[in-house]
Design a protein around this ligand. Structure first.
Ligand SMILES: Nc1ncnc2c1ncn2[C@@H]1O[C@H](COP(=O)(O)OP(=O)(O)OP(=O)(O)O)[C@@H](O)[C@H]1O
Ligand SMILES: [Mg+2]
Length: 363
């Protein structure tokens, strides 16, 4: 139970096509995240699954039931699709208490009083709002209102959960805690979940599978590991990772890429037709030494940002700036000398013209 199928979905507003021929299969129990920049069509996609928006073309099936078909003229309304929803605006009823907001749908389903009370208590506990049952939404902060919306889902236990940026109003600490709660919730309910966010950490930490969307199209779909380590193109490589991936574009000369004072040794099987190449290297994959090492490149430190567990360092060679991420709290002053090394195993290679990952083509 809980399979979602989108087949050839197109959505336009006026002349603007915001979702372009989208095919997507979400397996029962899967946690799928749609990740992409603002305006790429994430919310629109979710609203079409929910039935709050009608596609211009295509079909949508939930398990064996066609809930939308342009050709067959089928449009099943949202309330008959049996979904749990949390949207960017979390839409609590303002004239109802927290308790009423959470239990309204349960009462409509004729669930027993004892069961409702136990689900309410459990849901409030999971979102850390025990003791708030009698409050009205206007007596809660934005983050607390959002947590009530999550509690409503927890209590409802639907087979499909659709969530649109459910954590966006929370502060950093609560966000991390709620992320763990959502992961636990998904495990406990075993509900198929489609989760929309532009926060890559949420996408990587929560998902079985991630879809990277840009301008209404899927750029890449894969496990969080694959998306991070094997980006299909430069857009995905830059979108995922914080601090962001370093990209060096230059000419291939004698088995090396030369780019503004940086020289990166390349594996022998890397070549590109026009002799130009873009090399991507994640900041945490660059090795650093405070003493000179043969074959390593000398650089000068720029701004150093210790974040507690890690330190983000800007280093420079001639006019090239490189971001390096090191474990631990490093207190180096600006303009110190360092030596860095690139391990060819950890590099990504892109064609600067097509922006595509060259490794994907070699296999
Ligand atoms: N009702 C509407 N009328 C006209 N254009 C719309 C409407 N709703 C959305 N759009 C446009 O469709 C595109 C996709 O919007 P959508 O809300 O799906 O983006 P999103 O990926 O959820 O972005 P965000 O991360 O900012 O929430 C945007 O360009 C937006 O301006
Ligand atoms: Mg949105």
């Amino acid at each position: 139970m809980g399979q979602i199928l989108l087949d050839g979905i197109v959505k336009s507003y006026g002349k603007e096509v915001v979702v372009k021929n989208l095919d997507l299969l979400v397996e029962p129990g899967e946690f799928l995240t749609i990740l992409g920049p603002s305006g790429c069509g994430k919310t629109t996609t979710l609203r079409m699954i929910a039935g709050l928006e009608e596609p211009n073309q295509g079909n949508i099936k939930l398990d064996d039931k066609v809930v939308f078909s342009r050709n067959e003229g089928v449009v099943i309304p949202p309330e008959a699709r049996n979904l749990g929803l949390i949207f960017q605006s979390y839409a609590l009823w303002p004239h109802m208490t927290v308790e009423k907001n959470i239990t309204l749908a349960l009462k409509e389903q004729k669930i027993s009083k004892d069961e409702i009370a136990s689900r309410l208590a459990n849901a409030l506990n999971m979102v850390q709002l025990t003791g708030y049952a009698e409050r009205y939404p206007s007596e809660l902060s934005g983050g607390q209102q959002q947590r009530v919306a999550v509690a409503r889902l927890i209590a409802l236990r639907p087979t499909i959960l659709l969530m649109d940026e459910p954590l966006s109003n929370l502060d950093a600490k609560l966000r991390t805690e709620m992320r763990a709660s959502l992961k636990r919730l998904h495990r406990d309910l075993d509900a198929t979940t489609v989760y929309v966010t532009h926060d890559q950490i949420e996408a990587l930490t929560l998902s079985d599978r991630v879809i990277i969307m840009n301008e209404g199209q899927i750029m890449q779909e894969g496990s969080p590991y694959d998306i991070y380590h094997h980006p299909t193109n430069i857009f995905v490589a830059e979108f995922i990772g914080d601090p962001g991936i370093n990209l060096f574009e230059g000419n291939i000369e004698n088995g090396k890429l030369n780019c503004g004072g940086i020289s990166i040794p390349l594996p022998s099987n890397i070549s590109n037709n026009n002799g130009r190449l873009t090399v991507g290297v994640r900041p945490e994959k660059i090795e650093v030494s405070e003493s000179k090492k043969s074959g390593w490149q000398e650089v000068t430190t720029g701004i150093i940002q210790p974040t507690g567990a890690n330190t983000i360092m800007e280093v420079k060679s001639e006019d090239t700036s490189i971001t390096v991420l090191q474990n631990g709290f490093i207190n180096l002053s600006e303009n110190s000398k360092l030596w860095i090394n690139f391990d060819s195993e950890t590099l990504s290679f892109f064609d600067p013209k097509t922006q595509e990952n060259l490794r994907n083509k070699m296999v």
